[in-house]
Ligand binder design. Structure first.
Ligand SMILES: Cc1ncc(COP(=O)(O)O)c(C=O)c1O
Length: 369
């Protein structure tokens, strides 16, 4: 097993670049979110796209979450193989071969999947009937993100009616993700916008129920909106994921930025000091992703990663402290966007009080099919 020899060793002996979980900080994030949801009207179904690990998902469930969310069938399989029993794929599963895997999984765990297309729903239903299983299905509704989803109102209700008649499906409710607002504005501006974006869907639910259609759940929400979406009357599940580790982008978001702590970092080495104000790190595009902003130094003010190439992180240091960094020094760098950064790594090195406690495989990493 990779890293078995590291267990019990100080972090200074961990070779870089490595993806490290701060176990205390992760457990605190999980516990703090669980405490919030113990009193919230909605349940927590954390998105595993962040950690891609059944070990972390089971910790969230042990703390009170009702199951896991994921984006891909491959991620769902990795969770199921690791012992997670209740999984929502908040995404469409298209094509014969994938549908065969989906209905097979449905025999071994409680699986739910999003649909926004009648033909796709019928293919899942037919495959489920042939396999002797049933699949829970959420009709995905577009609440402003303009990604997948039918429109609220008549389009959504028409698809629900069709799904309810399909013998291999169990209508489970509506999937709706307010991804366009997840980091929007101040906490107060976000609340107003999120409530407005859910209004048409809540109306749709009422309309469906008035026509005698039972709508078990509405599922949506993320780390930037968990304490808004969970309070909307009619929303039952929240899919926050990033809170478990946080990242440099979410740190800047009013709300979660103050409530959750950085619990993951890239353990990195200074490989060159070409000038007083330039530090070169051994993290680059093969270890960290830049699409939501650059990774950030966790322990130094006046130090920024400005640019990354494949194997190098190019940083500017302006403070006295950061200027002391020398070739061979190791530093903690927080990912800019945690979910896609984790996807670049095979293993987590789990550290508590500076000592390696475990090494976990990132089981769902790269499982994009
Ligand atoms: C469908 C869906 N739900 C929930 C989330 C929540 O993510 P986060 O906790 O990172 O805001 C995401 C993120 O991409 C998503 O795609």
């Amino acid at each position: 097993m990779f890293g078995a020899d590291l267990i019990g060793r100080p972090i200074s002996e961990v070779d870089t670049p490595a993806l490290v979980i701060d176990a205390d900080a992760m457990e605190k994030n999980i516990a703090d979110m669980a405490t919030y949801f113990a009193k919230a009207p909605a349940e927590l179904r954390p998105h595993a796209k962040t950690h891609k690990s059944p070990i972390v998902a089971l910790k969230q469930i042990e703390a009170g979450a009702i199951g896991a969310t994921c984006a891909k069938l491959g991620e769902a399989e990795a969770l199921q193989q690791g012992g997670v029993r209740d999984i929502l794929i908040a995404n469409e599963i298209i094509g014969k071969r994938k549908i065969a895997r989906l209905v097979g999984m449905a025999r071994h765990c409680n699986i739910a999947v999003a649909v926004d297309n009648e033909k796709n729903a019928k293919e899942i239903s037919d495959a489920a009937v042939a396999a002797g299983s049933t699949v829970r299905v959420l009709v995905e509704v577009n609440i402003g993100m303009n990604r997948c989803g039918v429109e609220p109102g008549k389009d959504a209700i028409d698809l629900v009616k069709k799904v309810q008649k399909m013998p291999g499906l169990n209508f489970f409710g509506f999937q709706a993700y307010e991804g366009h607002l997840i980091m929007y504005g101040t906490r107060a501006e976000r609340e107003e916008a999120v409530r407005a974006s859910f209004d048409p869907l809540i109306e749709t639910r009422k309309q469906a129920e008035s026509e005698g259609l039972e709508v078990p759940v509405i599922s949506g929400g993320g780390t930037g909106t968990y304490d808004i979406t969970s309070q909307i009357d009619g929303v039952d599940e929240v899919q926050a994921g990033s809170y478990v580790f946080m990242d440099a982008k979410y740190n800047t978001v009013d709300g979660p930025g103050d409530k959750f702590s950085p619990a993951i970092y890239l353990w990195s080495t200074v490989v060159s000091r070409p000038s007083t104000d330039r530090v070169i790190l051994d993290i680059g595009l093969k270890t960290a992703t830049p699409e939501m902003g650059m990774p950030a130094f966790l322990d130094f003010d006046g130090a920024t990663v400005d640019k990354m190439s494949e194997e190098h992180g190019i940083a500017t240091v302006t403070s006295e402290d950061a200027r002391q960094l020398a070739v061979g020094d190791q530093v903690r760098i927080q990912p800019g966007h945690v979910c896609t950064t984790v996807n670049l790594h095979d293993n987590y090195v789990v550290v508590r009080n500076g000592v390696v406690e475990a090494v976990w495989n990132v089981a769902g990493r790269g499982r994009s099919q």
